[in-house]
Design a protein around this ligand. Structure first.
Ligand SMILES: [Zn+2]
Length: 443
């Protein structure tokens, strides 16, 4: 019998090639070996899950099989927020005594009040490990200089990515406490090869560089890594970032309350790091789950025992594929990245419209620098208008008029409804460093 042929892919692009390319069957077994003892320890020490599972889990040591796992109730953000409000300041989703915890972070507060989150040394170490999948798959390692265009505050943001740079042997350059012009100067002077920031801010920083006569594409950045918004998986936005920086644009998915969940591989696919997370796809209407297909992503993290989430409803809409990727990985792929967040979805004249679909259309127009989506409610009916910023002094009124006509037509094709478009002059719309807020509700 001949030895099985090695899986494809450059070993340098993997954290653990055996793990990342093993059969689905072996992967599920590997997950179980981590899940079962972890659930036992959560049951023993975690008051939040102890209460939540009372009556569901009958065995003192935890659960005995996948069927029992799938009977565990979902965890929601609202429920965690309520627990924290009732048990300030940190809530009761803590498996160990407080003195075991070494990191404090909080959510960005995009929806509601920021939620606080604590990690033990082991849990934080696991966050860092999750980030090494992002770097390895992007070919980032020793010899690279990574610039973090991010204000290092309480939001978890790129903190784990910063710590993980050391793990892969790269030089980490913090860009907190600087405005955009100073960041451009720092880029010129320190010559990084990797830029880490939100997709919106990558475009903003390129704009500021050009305004200061610096060509961002000539700076030597070869990879840009983005999180916080779906932009790096929106084709037109990705192309625009790649053109601006002359670099390969990488999407990284993650959530404060869950961890660093996914990364882009050499084949341009966004993988879920399934050695560290159990993924399920929920059909929100029927309440059924499946291992793949389209629906809401439900995640269980396998290494954040100190403050875990089990069967957590992320609110992210995904299309999961478990077919082996051309890169060799068997980890599931989120086809098209995160398609949208359930709470971002706009219902207009009976049609579901995700802001990311509108963004993909708007970013195709090179003369549009920034945009926003205005939602107006008239007598219970929502109506949409897209406002784009075009430099009319540079492009002239004819280009502006043609852009608006083409934009309306392409929006109608992409969204299936008529959406009005309107132009404003350069520099009038807000720019964003953290999570962009381009949807504005006008009553
Ligand atoms: Zn792949």
């Amino acid at each position: 019998m001949s030895a099985p042929s090695p899986p494809p892919g450059d070993p340098a692009l993997f954290v653990d090639r055996t793990l990342e390319t093993m059969s689905r069957e072996d992967l599920v077994e590997y997950q179980w070996q981590r899940l079962a003892p972890m659930l036992g320890r959560i049951l023993e020490g975690n008051a939040f899950y102890g209460r939540k599972w009372a009556g569901t889990v009958r065995h003192a040591r935890g659960i005995r099989g996948w069927d029992e796992f799938r009977r565990l109730p979902f965890t929601t953000k609202a429920e965690l927020a309520r627990d924290q409000a009732e048990h300030p300041p940190f809530g009761t989703n803590l498996t160990y005594p407080l003195e075991r915890y070494v990191r404090f972070h909080q959510t960005s507060g995009t929806t509601g009040r920021p939620m606080r989150w604590l990690d033990t040394a082991e849990s934080w170490d696991w966050w860092i490990r999750c980030w090494t999948f992002v770097y390895r798959a992007a070919g980032v390692g020793a010899g690279d200089r990574i610039f973090f265009a991010f204000s290092f505050g309480p939001f978890v943001g790129f903190w784990a990515g910063f710590d993980a740079a050391r793990r892969v042997g790269a030089l980490a350059i913090p860009g907190g406490g600087l405005d955009s012009r100073l960041r451009v100067r720092m880029l010129v002077e320190t010559q990084p090869t990797v830029l880490v920031c939100t997709p919106s801010y990558a475009l903003r920083l390129a704009e500021v560089a050009r305004a200061g006569d610096v060509d961002p594409a000539a700076l030597g950045i070869r990879v840009t890594i983005h999180a916080g918004e779906p932009g790096a998986s929106i084709p037109a936005t990705r192309r625009r970032i790649e053109a601006a920086w002359g670099a390969r644009c990488i999407d990284h998915t993650g959530l404060t309350e869950v961890g660093a969940t996914g990364f882009t591989c050499a084949a341009g696919q966004v993988h879920l790091t399934e050695s560290e997370f159990i993924a399920e796809v929920l059909d929100p209407e029927r309440g059924t789950v499946s291992p793949d297909g389209e629906g809401e992503l439900v995640l269980t993290n396998l290494g954040r025992e100190g403050s875990p989430v089990v069967r957590y409803r992320t609110g992210d809409r995904v299309r999961l594929s478990v077919e082996r990727c051309p890169c060799g990985r068997t980890f599931a792929r989120m086809v098209g990245g995160i398609l949208g967040r359930a709470d971002d979805m706009l219902v207009v004249r009976g049609m579901n419209v995700f802001p990311s679909t509108i963004e993909d259309v708007v970013r195709r127009f090179a003369c549009v620098d920034e945009f926003r989506i205005e939602v107006r409610r008239r007598a219970e009916m929502a109506d949409l208008r897209v406002v784009v910023e075009v430099d009319d002094a540079r492009h002239g009124p004819e280009v502006v008029a043609r852009t608006l006509a083409d934009l309306r037509e392409q929006l109608r094709l992409a969204c299936g409804i008529r959406i009005d478009a309107h132009a404003v002059t350069a520099g009038t719309l807000p720019r964003f460093e953290l999570k962009a807020r381009r949807v504005v509700h006008i009553e």
